[in-house]
Write a protein that binds this ligand. Structure first.
Ligand code: FO1
Length: 330
């Protein structure tokens, strides 16, 4: 099958590196202009006077083919002169800002200071980098993920990068979420009859997807959407593929399993995609399940999973909705 074989609008919710992998797969298999990505901005912070939006940049760089393939964040062929000089001068060098990556943060900071929005910036950067997908931050408001830990309340990047997720997590809150509004046009788009599928990427549900859903109006729109909502579990064989998802689940008292992911998304999703290694869990999920290979090692894996997810959503679109409280397709 050739890339870009599917047609119809697809919305994907994503954050972090795992999410960006499937976002790229969707971008490559869908017709140009059919993909909208709504991206977590709970990880955003102000650092050294700059506005940093890590998840937005990960998506921009990944879709533009500029992302570093090993790290998953930042740019490939990066140099680190700025951070080395900063360290030498005893500046705050725990958050690695690459020389090329700095251009993005400086531009965004100037853009926001001039009164323009993050939504406008993301659209501008997508155009500038030749990306045909629509990339939306979840909101233009400042929503900040705060992690309640054994060392007190830590802003997300301080927990994640500075403290390397070492303090035990007790809870998570999304400061500013209740006053935030979804990015312009997002709720209308979720309600659009032209929408073929809504995909929740295999991002960390607690740190990357929950902040999106915490923005008032987004969960209700997803619940009422006529399009099937399909999540891809970030758990493979009872373990998180990468990153802190497994550690966080253990600290929150949740067993790392696809059943726990299904329970977390109950009421929001119409279907769950799980890995072959978790096939035995399928009977306990409670919504239609697709069992397939979900590990994305290379581009072919990403494209194959993207096709499977959209095909699965198409089969669900023909069935009655299992969303609790969702009445969109009933
Ligand atoms: N992650 C790290 O583990 N260490 C870093 O120093 C770091 C710097 C960084 C700079 C720009 C950027 O866009 C992302 C960066 N990340 C870094 C990744 C980021 O902290 C996380 O991947 C996301 O916030 C989690 O989704």
């Amino acid at each position: 099958m050739t890339a870009r074989a599917h047609s119809g609008d697809v919305l994907a919710l994503c954050g972090g590196i795992g999410g960006a992998k499937l976002a790229l797969g969707l971008y490559r298999v869908l017709e140009a202009g059919r993909l909208t990505l709504v991206v977590n901005t709970g990880d955003d912070f102000e650092h050294l006077g700059l506005n940093i939006s890590p998840d937005l940049d990960t998506v921009l760089y990944t879709l533009a083919g500029l992302a570093d393939p090993e790290r998953g964040w930042g740019r490939a062929q990066e140099t680190w002169e700025f951070i080395a000089a900063l360290r030498q001068l005893d500046g705050e060098a725990w958050f690695q800002l690459g020389d090329r990556d700095l251009a993005m943060h400086v531009l965004r900071t100037n853009w926001l200071r001039s009164g323009k929005t993050l939504t406008e910036f993301a659209a501008h950067m997508a155009r500038q980098l030749g990306i045909s997908a629509r990339i939306l931050p979840m909101t233009d408001a400042a929503v900040r993920t705060i992690v309640d830990t054994s060392e007190g309340h830590l802003p997300f990047q301080h927990y994640f990068v500075r403290r390397r997720c070492e303090p035990a997590m007790r809870g998570i809150r999304f400061e500013g979420a209740t006053e935030a509004r979804p990015a312009p046009g997002l709720v209308e788009f979720i309600g659009s009859q032209a929408l073929r599928a809504i995909v929740i990427c295999p991002s960390n549900p607690y740190l990357s997807i929950d902040p999106i859903v915490a923005v008032p109006g987004i969960a209700a729109a997803l619940g009422a959407s006529a399009a099937p909502v399909v999540a891809v579990s970030p758990i493979i064989g009872g373990q998180a593929v990468k990153g802190p998802t497994g550690k966080i689940m253990a600290e929150l008292g949740i067993a790392a399993s696809t059943r726990a992911i299904a329970a977390h998304y109950r009421g929001l999703i119409d279907g769950l995609v799980i890995d072959e290694d978790d096939a035995d869990d399928r009977v306990q999920i409670g919504v239609p399940v697709l069992v397939t290979r979900t590990l994305m090692k290379d581009i072919a894996d990403r494209e194959r999973l993207a096709r499977n997810v959209v095909d699965f959503a198409d089969t669900i679109a023909l069935q009655p909705s299992a969303k609790v409280g969702g009445g969109g397709r009933r």
